[in-house]
Design a binder for this molecule. Sequence first.
Ligand SMILES: [Zn+2]
Length: 312
Amino acid sequence: MKASVQHLFDDQLATWETIRNSYDALTQVKEKALDVNGYIYKVQFNPARIVSSAAKVDDKSIRERKCFLCPNNLRSEQKRIAFNGHYSILVNPFPVFPRHYTVAEQKHTKQSILSRFSDMLDLAKGLDDCVIFYNGPKCGASAPDHAHFQAGNKGFLPIEKDWRNLRTKEIATCGKAALWVSDDSPYVALLIESTDDADAIELVHRICDALEIQSDDDNDEPMMNVLTWYDEDSWKICIFPRAKHRPSCYFAEGNGNMLISPASVDLGGVFIIPRENDFNNITAADMATILKEVCMSPSDLRKLVQQIKERL
Ligand SMILES: [Zn+2]
């Protein structure tokens, strides 16, 4: 699968000018690095990502637009590779990573993780040169009505290296899956390492049960971003429970306004900023504030950990 996906990428760039220009433009984007409480985050000025950062994801706007992930609405140049019988792997036309894919369910059905988590692990193992990520319907997915994952080449997100330093406390095991917690800002997250996919899935279900209890929304899944990758015979999974969708700076008027809408990539250590002024002005303190606002608080995470332990 890895070879055919690489071939898809090369072929699309060779034959579709628009997408080739998007990936060429990515090599020219401005980047800087900021130290947020001892962790180095990259900041990428990426004007094309305004489609995602400023996406209107309220029910009315979603109903009134054509779904851009439905096969019938894809550009005629967009080619796809089938995965697990009911997904299509596509080259992402608005890249953040030098190689960036969208993996979309073939039929139009809402974004949700739990029943698809095994697909996410399959994808991570099949594309072990990529990090696979999931943005919840209220946590950065610009198509909350159409189930999808994204994949980006390894070697780009700081969390791939940082996660070993984050595993401060092992709190539980579930078969061959071990669960750690990082309850220190800027990384407030649950981390799993597992050599067995069924054990990892079981553990994620217990985590989601515990998150449901803490969530005040009965209709939707708990708010979260999830990243996973496969190396050295095991899956690494980072779950970021969320407190809210967009930070206060997104809605602020005047000088305090910054168009930043964090999702998996930002939480994984690369802030994507579509406006140049925001890119120039943002400080490490701003980033710490944004992360504090959108991620679950350390005290809520500690309560969550108690709930998870009771379920194992
Ligand atoms: Zn759709």
